[in-house]
Design a protein around this ligand. Structure first.
Ligand SMILES: NC(=O)c1ccc[n+]([C@@H]2O[C@H](COP(=O)([O-])OP(=O)(O)OC[C@H]3O[C@@H](n4cnc5c(N)ncnc54)[C@H](O)[C@@H]3O)[C@@H](O)[C@H]2O)c1
Length: 383
């Protein structure tokens, strides 16, 4: 099968830039996909990061510290941009204006105003596909949750809980980095960093919160900087958002969304639980093979069933269904969905779950901005 190539520039070669590159390097893992990414350009303000890319990707033609070099190049069709939040607005707007497709990172603008400016640029350039990175719903358990939502066998939804939990910040000696600085990471703190992961499936289900009561905590208020000096660490570590949802398809119910940097013992734990009067479902990446369901009829016992999911992915791969699925597999699947949509449009995709949309990022910004207000006023804020 001859494959359509999408020539990518990567801006921001840190943690996430390398994850994308690694997914592109094992594209042969995917079966039956008629499109593939080729990395032709890289950009970072730190040139020391070029070597790993240059050593592993002979396709790279442009290495630069100025992202405009990628935008001006006719060797590049699309950009993956993974830079600190304070740069999202300018970088994303310039990428879109240059006519390059964009998979941008969350939170898609440091705040709501930045997000709105990015959406204006998108509206002015309908010819480019713009999506926001959010890979965790591509876990087999995430896909099963989406299927359950479609089947809607919950009866009346009692409650939805979703969250994203980390714990390494519990260490008071962990040095400060940009994700803990308000001017670079943003006022949202942990909510901006982790929120899109938590919102993606609920928003896709049509569960836009109509209000929010937020409890935000700053637990470690000082950290060492790179010179060993203690400096203020003012970002929110943990956030609990209790929302009311009114959904056309599923009625009204409460939804609790948690984004924690300090949840003792948790590492990149993403979960979503939907409790209903007739069916409940639970999934967490903490037990990535297990999908829990409980069907209930009047008078019956209430028993959770655990199904071992194996490797059941949105896009078929060479990996046998008896094996396990992990984080880097979810990144590969997300990239497959993005490239599939660039090549074939939403209607022509091989499967129906597309990456998070700019409108979904705007919906999550509306809640996060209201959450800041709610915490400040200690009251319920209507969205
Ligand atoms: N999808 C996910 O699971 C996930 C996970 C972590 C981070 N992220 C998001 O990815 C983005 C980047 O986070 P990261 O963890 O990769 O950060 P990082 O600090 O590891 O990488 C950011 C890179 O951007 C570079 N950079 C900074 N200023 C630049 C400039 N002016 N021009 C070019 N390059 C510049 C830095 O040198 C660095 O290499 C953020 O938006 C973050 O929220 C997403």
């Amino acid at each position: 099968m001859s494959k359509q190539q999408i020539r990518f520039g990567v801006i921001g070669l840190g943690l996430m830039g390398r994850e994308f590159a690694s997914a592109a390097a094992r594209w042969m893992h995917l079966l039956n996909l008629d499109v593939e990414p080729v990395i032709t350009g890289i950009c970072d303000s730190n040139p020391a990061l070029f070597d790993w890319f240059a050593a592993n990707f002979p396709s790279i033609q442009i290495k630069t510290g100025d992202y405009h070099d990628l935008l001006n190049s006719d060797q590049i069709d699309a950009i993956y941009c993974a830079v600190p939040h304070n740069l999202h607005q300018q970088f994303y707007i310039d990428i879109i204006a240059a006519g390059k497709h964009l998979l941008g990172e969350k939170p898609f603008g440091i705040d709501r105003a930045a997000n709105a400016a990015i959406l204006d640029a998108i509206n002015a350039h309908p010819e480019v596909l713009v999506r926001c990175s959010s890979e965790l719903p591509f876990y087999p358990g995430g896909q099963r949750i989406l299927q359950s939502i479609k089947e809607n066998r919950f009866g009346k939804i009692i409650e939805v809980e979703a969250g994203f939990l980390h714990s390494s910040d519990i260490d008071p000696n962990k040095p400060i980095n940009w994700k803990r600085m308000i001017d670079i990471n943003g006022e949202y703190g942990c909510m901006g960093d982790l929120g899109m992961h938590v919102f993606h499936i609920p928003l896709r289900a049509g569960w836009q919160p109509k209000n929010v009561r937020a409890a935000l905590s700053n637990i470690v208020t000082e950290r060492f900087n790179k010179d060993g000096v203690k400096v203020p660490c003012a970002t929110w570590d943990n956030a609990i958002l209790l929302c009311d949802v009114e959904s056309e398809q599923h009625g009204s119910f409460p939804m609790t969304l948690k984004t924690y940097r300090i949840a003792p013992g948790e590492t990149n734990t993403w979960y979503i639980n939907i409790y209903g009067t007739e069916q409940s479902v639970r999934f967490s990446t903490r037990q990535p093979k297990s999908y829990y369901t409980m069907d209930y009829k009047s008078g019956a016992r209430q028993t959770w069933n655990e199904e071992s999911l194996g490797y059941t992915s949105a896009y078929p791969t060479i990996t046998g269904g008896i094996f396990e699925f992990g984080f880097s597999d979810s990144i590969l699947q997300m990239w497959a969905a993005f490239c599939d949509e660039v090549a074939h449009g939403r209607g022509g995709m091989q499967q129906s779950f597309y990456c998070a949309t700019p409108e979904e990022t705007a919906a999550h910004h509306a809640v996060l901005t209201a959450a800041l207000e709610s915490h400040k006023r200690q009251s319920v804020v209507t969205i």
